[in-house]
Design a binder for this molecule. Structure first.
Ligand SMILES: Nc1ncnc2c1ncn2[C@@H]1O[C@H](COP(=O)(O)OP(=O)(O)O)[C@@H](O)[C@H]1O
Ligand SMILES: [Mg+2]
Length: 265
């Protein structure tokens, strides 16, 4: 079955996230300041999987932290769809999992539901269901250190999905994995996104990954990050074939845009 996601210009689609003219700078220890991003605009609509690609240090993680409500913007506006707040409706998956090392995998996934006031049995049932979806049945009672990196990231995805997030933020979640595990998790994410109707903002610095997963690929410049291009991938059928010339052409397009954003030196 071919997935038909909403088109980028589908005006009926509900914007889940809108960022306008956003800027964020940090004070440095030497008394100066470093601007992570500026003049940044971004919209993510319901049901989209948007990949955000840019060189290291261009403010990608900072932007996700802003969207998650962990740090404020210096300038510009950020609007989440009504009722969205971190912990309740925004899920976050980091490059390294945030699992509590002393808790079992099941308890880790169920824990994020405790704050929602769900009864224990229901929490555990939902956690078991998600662990099974992510191929972790049989590992419910394992501790994080007993799992491979790929399995831990799957558990982290289950943890983020347990709250049934309206927006899922993913910060280079597969960046530390080998090619095979990375491919498996990309496939798993794509399937979950389709089955659960997720809305995802996915940060990567890997070109193949950006084009393989994105409905749109948003390309950021070197620091201070701003949007260089917003490239639609809607016409590439899913699941995407990395050897298809249409795929490789699109990777070249993204690479060119990234190159344009390089600052001298
Ligand atoms: N808490 C912080 N304090 C000071 N500087 C920071 C902080 N967080 C990020 N930065 C700086 O902001 C810039 C963007 O960082 P980051 O968002 O992590 O980039 P990316 O995720 O794209 O690699 C970098 O120069 C980084 O050093
Ligand atoms: Mg980062």
């Amino acid at each position: 079955m071919t997935h038909v996601p909403p088109t980028a210009d589908n005006s009926d689609a509900l914007p889940i996230l809108q960022v306008r003219g956003a800027a964020k700078a940090f004070d440095t220890e030497s008394g100066g300041s470093v601007c992570a991003f500026e003049h940044l605009d971004l919209t993510v609509t319901q049901g989209e999987l948007v990949t955000l690609i840019g060189p290291t240090g261009c403010g990608k993680s900072t932007l996700l932290n802003v969207v998650a409500g962990l740090i404020p913007l210096d300038a510009g506006e950020l609007t989440l769809a009504a009722g969205l707040t971190l912990g309740h409706t925004v899920g976050y998956v980091f490059q390294r999992d945030n699992l509590f090392p002393w808790r079992t995998i099941l308890a880790n996934v169920a824990f994020s539901l405790a704050m929602q006031g769900l009864p224990r049995r229901e929490r555990e049932a939902r956690a078991r269901g998600l662990l099974s979806e992510l191929g972790l049945s049989g590992f419910e009672q394992a501790r994080p250190y007993e799992l491979s990196g790929g399995m831990r990231q799957r558990a982290a995805m289950a943890q983020a999905l347990a709250i049934q997030p309206e927006l899922l933020l993913m910060d280079e979640p597969f960046g530390a994995l080998d090619d095979r595990a990375r491919g498996e998790l990309q496939q798993m994410l794509e399937r979950l996104w389709q089955d659960l109707g997720l809305t995802v903002l996915f940060v990567t610095h890997n070109l193949d990954e950006a084009v393989r997963l994105g409905d749109r690929v948003v390309v950021l410049s070197d620091r201070p990050g701003r949007v260089l291009a917003d490239i639609s991938m809607h016409d590439l059928p899913r699941p995407r074939d990395l050897l298809d010339p249409r795929f490789t052409d699109r990777v070249v397009t993204v690479r060119r845009e990234l190159h344009k954003g390089k600052t001298d030196g």
